[in-house]
Design a protein around this ligand. Structure first.
Ligand SMILES: [Ca+2]
Length: 90
């Protein structure tokens, strides 16, 4: 059984997210989306992380989507989004 799906920077992950969800593929944004899926922060998206991430993407409540987006913008994972973090992703 496959327990990990993709590693950080995986072209497969990037292409799938871009082609399936028509996401912008700026490098820093794709890396942050990867990190939001990678809840264990071990550089690998495991099957359960992939399913949870897709569930949020496809059927998440507004609150779940807000939390997911917050994870993307909180670059240093300190629980705050600073002006500098916001500008890096604009
Ligand atoms: Ca932060």
């Amino acid at each position: 059984m496959v327990s990990s799906i993709w590693t950080s920077g995986s072209l497969v992950c990037r292409e799938l997210l871009h082609n399936t969800f028509d996401l912008v593929t700026e490098e820093i944004l794709m890396e942050r989306i990867f990190c939001a899926f990678d809840r264990l922060c071990d550089g690998v998206i495991h099957l359960d992380e992939w399913v949870l991430g897709l569930s949020c993407f496809l059927r998440g409540t507004n609150e779940e989507l807000i939390k997911f987006t917050f994870l993307i913008y909180d670059l240093n994972n300190d629980g705050f989004i600073t002006r500098e973090e916001m500008f890096q992703l604009l």
